[in-house]
Design a protein. Sequence first.
Lengths: 285, 407, 308
Amino acid sequence: MTLWKILVAFFVLYILMPPLLLVSISFEPSGFVRPLTGFTFHWYDVMLRTRGLMDALFKSIILAVLTMVITTFLALNAALGYRKTRFKTIVIAIMILPIFLPGLIQGFSLSIVLGQFLGMQRSIWTELAGHVLWALPFAFLVILTSMSVVRRETVLAALDLGANEWRAFKDIEYPIIKPGITSAAIFSFVLSFNEFSRTYYLQGIGPTIPTYVWNKITVAITPEIFALSALTVIISLSLIAVATVYLTMVGRVAEEVTKQETPKGLRILRRREKASTGSALVGNQ
Amino acid sequence: MEEKPTSPETVSEKGGMSRRRFIKYAAIGAVAAAGVGAGAYYLLSGDLLRQRQAPLQWWGVGTGNPELWSGLGDEVVFTEAPWDPVPVLNKMRTDGKDQYDVISNAGTLDDPLFADGSIVDFDPEAVLPSWNKIYPELRTNNPTITVASTGQIVGVPIVQNGDSVALLLDEIWGPGTTQPGQGGDTYGLLFDNQWAGKTSIESGWGTAIYKVGNYLARNNLATLSSLDTYSAADLSTIKDFMLAEKAAGQFRVFWSGWNTAVSLLANKEVVAMDTWEPVVFALKSQGINAYYMDPKEGFSLWNIPLYLTPRGQNVTRDRSLRLMEWTLQGWYGARITTIRGYLTATPDAISYAQANPNAEGGPYDAAFIQARHDKVKGKFSDQVSVYGNQSPPNIQQYQDTWTQVTA
Amino acid sequence: MDATKTSGPFDRLAEYFADHPRHLFYLQILPPLLFVVFFVFVPLASIFAWSFWSVQGNRLIPGFSTNAYAEFLGVGYPTWRAEIFLKTLRIAVSQTLIALVVGFAIAYFVGIKLRGSKYALPLLLLFAVPFLTSYLLRTLSWHVVLQTQGIINSALMALGLIKVPITWLIFSEFAVHIGLLSTYLPFMIFPIWLAMSRIDSNVLAASADLGGTPKDTLFRVVIPLTLPGMLIGSIFVFVGVLGDSVVPQILGGPTDGSGTLIANLIDKAVSGQQYPLAAAIASIILLTAIGLILGWERVFGLKKIGEI
């Protein structure tokens, strides 16, 4: 078990190395990409004063939120519809097709189709289309997975008892797949926030954060973008730390209370816990 | 409301459930408040309340940082444009004409841009008061602002320079060297066996290819039909040379992007690199002993003129022209020359620095600015430096050649 | 409480759809499908078409010519582009295998060994943190680790393990793999973990009860059940590598030709107005991808994804 832990710890460090390095570079006085030679908050100050960067951040967030809402809605409906159809293979093939398209091919072909042949101007709507397209397969698969936990019999039972389809969904299925929907939403947000290749070809007038970084990084020295990245890293790591502490606290409370139960109840409780937390996207919800 | 059945789970979770719900609502409330706060801050500090005019849109190659601009009296949004001619031409041909008021891109793009109707002839001499203060060698007989077929002048030359090679003096000639020693005045240093694996060339052909061409031609290593617009045979010669050097392991990497360029030298990955002069400025400001070569084969010259788009002409004419006028004046010139070392359009930069050495973004050293201006003007008139054509007729061949070289 | 009692605004809508189930079905499935069809199939078809056209004066002119393909594949033209394509395929395959092994191990740890632990979710979230930062900057930051005066070399020299810095850590295929793995590993971990989280604990317990060693459980229970997840993860990684132009540019080098991969060729073709060439390259990549889907359908059946 310790070997496992070492292995996983190594790879966690490996994955987190770039974000942590970005934090380090954001404090580097020269702004060069190199090990720390000093320490300064100067670039954070510049970042807050750089109008273009703040605009790009705002736009990225708006796009990400829109993508999140639209993609999750479309994916949920697609998953619900998928279950009813006989043509499962075709539907699945179409829904996951965007995964097979490298972003730059998707972006440049779409931009020419929209521009040269439809005469549509590139705008935030074209970017949104690109983002939704990118996130849709992921969201679809995640929701589909979480739906597979719902047992057909439970839903049928509800229908037999006279519930219409909406109530069956809202009261039976939805609570179970809520973690899946939440994950799909988070996925969509993150994927959209960081999307570059499609946005590059489809962008309207203002850049998003990834395209802003791309534009700046080729010709200008702009360490303030490192500051922005570092900030997102620090914030997200803090949120995860807080969530871990919170879950630990909740777990401890539950343990405290269950200890007051009878040993038999305790065993039943533990077994149910294991079964339920193992088979769906985890939430102590 | 249905009764929740009593079971061990719900009994034990009841305390946790309501606490959980409270925390959830608190978190949602906090996020919502933050969102409303951020939105309000953004709106209040933004265009909606500040002025009823939309800001001017300037699309150009990086010489801008509008939040640091002084004395303009207008709001400008500067968007970075690529150096590559094709994306620029395409963008302007489609929606750029209506999105941007002024643009500044690689010189020699004026002909295709004008032919596309992406930029207009606004007779700068008549409408810009500072036009006649521009250095004569920049405003007369300058192909980058003159439409070849009609002789109309359609651009304002705002920044120019000649590129060569950045050197790490300490690494090549020993610690404490202040001037390049033997071999420090030729592009041959990039191809010198002694520094195999420690030199770098740019992965874009824009200025790099003309340095190689100059090197081959002026050292009689090859015959080229022209030094500013290469034929297919010329390109083939250059390609063969570069491929041979690459196969011999001469190059550490083909770099692209400012951060990579600076980092390669700052971390001593390479000792000599073809790049832009501001890289040397940035390194020296951090105490690194870098030097920008004066090659005997000549510099690779470029400039970035300012052009007016149809939108600038029809919608925001007065403001756009005022912006152009402002770039010809003292503060902009002084600032650009100080931080980048480029030659700016008028000698106003020097007199401004003399009168206002501590103006915003300074301190400004008039003697330094004068020296830079003289130096770059010298590059343009030294008879060996070459003004490379940025949109040659056989651009695809250029592209193919350099892609294969850097592959 | 009687479940048939209607309450709430959606119930009237629900009544309508209860009477017309087909309408609901179409409403649910058509928007996403049409969206994908328009935004994916139309560009796909366009690319195939353009690869046969030609360019004149910055515009695509219809016509028919296989010139672009010839130029790309090196038939009657130099073969360097085709070589780059093969090199990219090789790197994509090896990268996918590496990601598969590592990703499976990590997903196994989180999904099986840490089952029920409160640390499972935060651990998973840690793998998602890099996604909130710029891809370009993340890749660039590897310089600090890999360069001649970087963290690895400094550490090795300080420990006395080497006398001269290792130069092939950066601007080499090794660096490209390091960069690619750090980007695409999460893409592999998540689908496999999704699949693993579906495996009922009772199944695992049953396997142990029936006398299986952990290794048996692994090979005969876990792997077959997570196969769809592994396949999806592999597709993400493989296609991701094929379309990646950033990592080669920043971490690749000329000594082993890792500085330019197929995505860079497309980029440069587009920058040089060689649209038919770019389209031809893209078409070949797409054909490869479609081949993958068909192969998958033949061997495993696509429906299995739905049971991820």
